[in-house]
Design a protein around this ligand. Structure first.
Ligand SMILES: NC(=O)c1ccc[n+]([C@@H]2O[C@H](COP(=O)([O-])OP(=O)(O)OC[C@H]3O[C@@H](n4cnc5c(N)ncnc54)[C@H](O)[C@@H]3O)[C@@H](O)[C@H]2O)c1
Length: 376
């Protein structure tokens, strides 16, 4: 008998609770429609928690990390609010976000960029078949290694330092992840060729030269995948000029962070961009967007990125389990999202529509039920 999956949910700040609520409704519908065994437990964390009861000055309860590490998967909302900062100027939120990414060694940040039917591309002449690639961003080192400090306080000599760490182990596992992902995909839209593009700045940076040499070594093991290279500055314009060329893009932490914002714009906006943080044992799933505080509590934020993050979570769980219903549930959510967008029911204001967060979520659940009925 398939076992029950335990999901830890951290709705986060700003629009987080609103979009995660709709994502959980889609998850609940998938549980009902496919007989999946799932249980969710919600934990409070982030800026609101920090400011909460007696101004706690902690981002989360001491036990929450432990609980997350024992769950089968984690669903994370956006963490942090712009005006909630520590005395040293660091924004509140990094304990949770980096605590989970580093603490659970979630080395692969996976950001699919797909222009769906029903969504207008910001690029003239690009349609839904033209943009479908994945950015694989190293998630535990690079410029976000956490090796940092202020060298001298005050005066003209003050200097801030952030060490960009690129290790052989870190590069090998992320690049290998990218090649293995490309093998499971259908290739780039332009020519259906499997292609892994190594994005770096190896003309200037030593860490990038190591990254590229490891890419070249690993590429020999995947002769059916085309090798491809770009410097990160050039890549910013290639993504806009020729997005259809790309299948899988692999890069270091900060470069991946920046490129995936371009990716989100290409697929119609941050409200549509889901992501996964994957390690050997753990998986955490979150919308790419932040807490968008100007929309918080207004029922206007787009819940699609959060809903598609749940779809990614079900897909990842299916790779670790024999329960076929996980894949069925993931496909049901994806198809229902596309239908809601095509029919206009899921178009929130950021997509030029009038649907509220709640209505967009309801549309997905309604379409899931209709699709499931048709298949019966
Ligand atoms: N991983 C995370 O938890 C994470 C990521 C990014 C930002 N943040 C935090 O979020 C806060 C706000 O950051 P920001 O303004 O730079 O980025 P943001 O992603 O919150 O918002 C940028 C813009 O994107 C649009 N947007 C974002 N999400 C949307 C949605 N669901 N529906 C419709 N439109 C949406 C809005 O126009 C918004 O102004 C900051 O405190 C930041 O630190 C957290």
């Amino acid at each position: 008998m398939p076992r029950k999956f335990e999901i830890a949910v951290l709705p986060g700040d700003g629009v987080g609770p609103e979009v995660i609520r709709e994502a959980l409704r889609a998850l609940e519908a998938s549980r009902e429609l496919t007989d999946l065994k799932l249980e969710t437990t919600t934990y409070s964390a982030g800026a609101k928690y920090w400011l909460g009861k007696g101004r706690r000055r902690h981002e989360w309860d001491e036990e929450t990390f432990e609980r997350c590490s024992k769950a089968d998967a984690i669903l994370l909302g956006p963490i942090g609010l712009p005006d909630v900062v520590r005395e040293d100027g660091r924004p509140v939120g990094s304990d949770v976000v980096f605590g989970l990414r580093m603490g659970l060694d979630l080395y692969a940040n996976v950001r699919p960029v797909k222009l769906m039917n029903g969504v207008k591309s910001p690029l003239a002449m690009k349609g839904s078949g033209d943009i479908d690639f994945a950015i694989i961003r190293e998630n535990t080192e690079g410029l976000y290694s956490g090796i940092q400090g202020i060298l001298s306080r005050g005066g003209e000599d003050e200097a801030g330092v952030d060490v960009r760490l690129i290790t052989r182990k870190g590069a090998e596992r992320i690049i290998s992840y990218a090649f293995r992902l490309s093998m499971r995909r259908k290739g780039a839209p332009i020519d259906r060729k499997r292609r892994v593009t190594c994005v770096d700045k190896s003309n200037v940076l030593a860490g990038c030269r190591l990254f590229r040499s490891i890419y070249n070594d690993l590429a020999r093991r995947f002769p059916r995948i085309e090798k491809d290279y770009a410097y990160v500055d050039a890549m910013c314009q290639w993504l806009i000029r020729r997005p259809e060329k790309y299948d899988v893009i692999v890069t270091t932490n900060l470069f991946g962070d920046i490129l995936s914002e371009i990716g989100a714009a290409l697929q119609g906006g941050l409200g549509l961009a889901p992501s996964a943080n994957i390690g050997e044992k753990h998986g955490m799933f979150e919308p790419v967007h932040g807490s968008a505080p100007q929309y918080a509590g207004k029922n206007v934020a787009n819940p699609t990125a959060a809903i598609l993050s749940v779809k990614m979570m079900l897909e990842w769980l299916s790779g670790k389990s024999t329960d076929k219903q996980l894949d069925v549930a993931a496909r049901l959510i994806e198809r229902a999202v596309v239908q809601s967008l095509e029919k206009g029911e899921g178009l929130t204001h950021d997509l030029g529509g009038k649907a509220s967060t709640r209505q967009a979520g309801q549309a997905v659940v309604r379409n899931m039920r209709l699709l499931a009925q048709k298949e019966d």
